[in-house]
Design a protein around this ligand. Sequence first.
Ligand SMILES: [Zn+2]
Length: 335
Amino acid sequence: MQLRVEDVPRQFIAGHIPWVLLSFPWHGDLMTPVNLIGVMEQFADERKCRETLMHLRWANGVMCLRCGHDKVTPVNDRKVFDCNSCHYQFSVTVGTMFHDSHLSLTKWFVVAYLLTESRKGMSANQIHRMIGGSYKTAWYLCHRIRAAMKAVPPVKKLDGTVEVDETYVGGKQHGYPGVRRPGFGDSNKEIVIGIRQRGGDLRFFHAEDAKTGTLAKYIAENISEDVDVIVTDEYRGYRKAVGKARHETVNHGRKEYVRLGTDIHTNTVESAFSLLKRGIIGTWHRVSAKHLQAYLDEMCFRFDNRKNPYLFRDTLLKMLDTEHIEYKHLVQAAA
Ligand SMILES: [Zn+2]
């Protein structure tokens, strides 16, 4: 089924991609929901990938990246453009996440598709086996796509009924008793704070600890002051952290998972945690603390776009909108 540009609901557009990008009929191709075979057929050669990026990047025609002039001369089979005014030469990938002289755009497209469509994510090792090349190349590629998926500020604040919970990932995967002691647990484990609007978006944060001040910061930054209710478990740290918002708790220590006769529960944020843990255990195997936030961002991006039929195209748009990351920068990233 071919979808027309006008059919695309506005809310599906991720990040701050200008609406004008969608006002061009050319997007017809990418509007069609695709599967892997479709991606491989549609973007089988470099030229098709380049043209796609070109139209996504410059919906109103190619413009000089240096002076903004709208008359350019294609050189070398449109691999490069030469500005008619300042004679700056540039390619469609310069200044974007796609900037890489070694890797084919076909691979970029296929891996971007695989990462957006795998519900629990996909490990670099698996990508490496699927596309060939070295493990390092696959790892670097996955990290760059992941970095582009990251939400861009300003972030919409969550509203309605919002559930907040914290969990531990990494370290030894043994269970812990009903009463948790956030911030004082197994030092091998990393703390993840989850905030989810019921029926809406999800946020995960790799936190230093789960003390009141930390919780208060994430709550203030991500939850609207007009929120109907914030639901947490009985952990004391939440009492002050929620501020003036209405606050309801379920007592997990007493095995109370849904307050009887109400919709007071934290089940939806917990189900997101379980998806995350299956991703970490089953897919990524071992996520280093250093890169945990990047995996969390990837998972939230996919989750928030779970009903977006244009997720692949929107991911390409984000990659065009994000600056290239050097390998050494990723490897050296602060813990
Ligand atoms: Zn120019």
